[in-house]
Ligand binder design. Structure first.
Ligand code: HEM
Length: 466
């Protein structure tokens, strides 16, 4: 299911954008001919077509069905920001994903979405997150300090556990819930796999239903909901205020002063786990792999973290002092944006970049291609964290969107950046990281996942017990 991709690679030199003249099309026949490669990894196919047909092209996937692909920055900004009111999320999110994870801010639309976004947003405000940073760091250290040394290990499952635990502890501070959280993680990951099967084999949908597979996974979702309900009830009964995200959500009120109903609170919690854990695990794994491949960048990062006392100093100050670490993560998310495509469906006819598109047009905004477009980035395939130096990075604000853009931009972006800076900083402070491979497997599913990420960790101070 994965395809190997060298890094850096020599691909991608085109990028012409036919502003005048019709937008070019990929026929349904060509899609059928290429279906195996598209299913295993669509990114090389996307690249070929962008290079050959321009920054926006149409893919026909049925007699009347078509998807418009774009890596054109003006078009992406227009859809996500300026004209966002004319676009909704596709049914993949609002129906298929919602079936397993419920109707919360990630999977809803319109007034329902607006009302809940407004209510949840304050919990992710920088000032609110500040109180969680110490806890976040302890959760990270707990996950990383037992890593095996001097042997090759796949870092991705470790990063996945780390990201899950960080969300779990930030939501339910200091509870005795490890067993429950492990179960929740299993369910989240099992249901995600099922959703991917449904997406990849839509022609087997009838069989998945008939054989009881879908029923089984919906049953898992019910289990997850019951488990969370129990944890919430425990908190409510205890009357304790722990200053975690759950407290914030329990205290949040609609405009009319009502709290969120319990079933809605549960949906939002499941969504935070789902949206917050895999994306961060992917970004962390890619970032650490790139640092292993570029020892000179890793050593520069090390000089930044060498003398810090992560556990003792004010965690916010620690994060603020890690500018180069942040640049490395930003550059890793440029090359490997965990949300590599964003989809939208237009609500009414619109002229985009001089071309009319009818209502109901499905758009696929390729962040992966935008972030590697040779027209926008110098040496786009190379890992150069220096391009994100504070005085330089302003130049990219119009075409660097790892967290999306506009009103539906990621609610957890500060949360994720804090977490990743702490995790990468601590890891490089303590270990010299190398990799036996110069080829990274990538696995573009719902998010852009790495396959195996083989790394070798060597303690920088042998004999030190972490
Ligand atoms: C590196 C880590 C992350 C990346 C790259 C990322 C990326 C994104 C992107 C691109 C979107 C917008 C999708 C769209 O417009 O269709 C999004 C939305 C969202 N993200 Fe993140 N995310 C990350 C981490 C997190 C974390 C840690 C949380 C929460 C704990 C979170 C919660 C959400 C939620 C709830 C939404 C939906 C917001 C809405 O529609 O109003 N994300 N994320």
């Amino acid at each position: 299911m994965s395809e190997k991709q060298g890094e850096p690679s020599e691909q991608g030199t085109g990028g012409k954008n036919p502003k005048s003249g019709p937008i070019q099309q990929v026929s349904q026949w060509e899609v059928i001919q290429n279906r195996r490669r598209i299913l295993s990894n669509p990114l090389p196919f996307h690249r070929e077509k962008f290079d050959a047909l321009g920054n926006t092209f149409i893919v026909r996937i049925g007699p009347r069905k078509r998807i418009v692909f774009t890596r054109e920055p003006d078009t992406i900004r227009s859809i996500l920001q300026k004209n966002h009111r004319n676009y909704a999320k596709s049914e993949l999110q609002t129906r298929d994903l919602a079936k397993y994870i419920g109707h919360g801010i990630l999977t809803s639309e319109g007034d329902f979405w607006r009302k809940h976004r407004k209510m949840i947003q304050p919990a992710f405000h920088k000032d609110q997150l500040r109180g969680l940073l110490g806890l976040m760091f302890r959760a990270i250290r707990e996950e990383l300090q037992g890593l095996p040394e001097n042997e090759v290990l796949d870092i991705f499952p470790r990063m996945s556990d780390l990201a899950f635990q960080v969300v779990a502890q930030s939501l339910f501070r200091a509870g005795d819930f490890r067993k429950d959280m492990n179960r929740l993680q299993e369910i989240t990951e099992e249901n995600q796999k099922m959703l991917i099967r449904e997406m990849r084999q839509p022609y087997l949908k009838w069989w998945f239903k008939l054989s009881g597979r879908i029923g089984y996974h919906l049953g898992l979702s019910t289990q997850a909901r019951e488990l969370l309900d129990g944890l919430i009830e425990e908190r409510v009964q205890s009357g304790l205020h722990r200053g975690d995200l759950l407290d914030m959500l329990l205290g949040a009120r609609y405009d009319d002063g009502r709290p969120m109903p319990r079933h809605q609170l549960i949906d939002e919690l499941i969504i935070l786990f789902t949206a917050g854990h895999e994306t961060t695990a992917n970004a962390l794994s890619f970032a650490v792999f790139l640092l292993a491949r570029h020892p000179e960048k890793q050593e520069r990062l090390y000089t930044e973290v060498r003398d810090l006392d992560f556990g003792q100093e004010d965690t916010l100050q620690v994060i603020r002092s890690l500018g180069y670490t942040q640049q490395c993560i930003e550059e890793a998310m440029r090359l490997f944006p965990p949300v590599y495509v964003i989809d939208r469906v237009s609500l009414s006819e619109e002229v985009v970049n001089g071309h009319p598109f009818p209502a109901g047009t499905t758009w696929l905004l390729s962040l992966y291609e935008l972030h590697r477009s040779p027209n926008l980035w110098e040496d786009p395939e190379a890992f150069i964290p220096e391009r994100f130096e504070p005085q330089k990075k302003k130049a990219y604000t119009g075409f660097y969107f790892p967290f999306g853009a506009g009103p539906r931009m990621c609610i957890g972006n500060n949360f994720a950046m804090n977490e990743m800076v702490l995790a990468v900083g601590w890891l490089v402070q303590n270990y010299r990281i190398t990799t036996p491979t110069d080829v990274l497997e990538i696995n573009p599913l719902i998010s852009l996942k790495p396959g195996k990420v083989p790394l070798r960790l060597e303690l920088r101070e042998p004999g030190l017990s972490l």
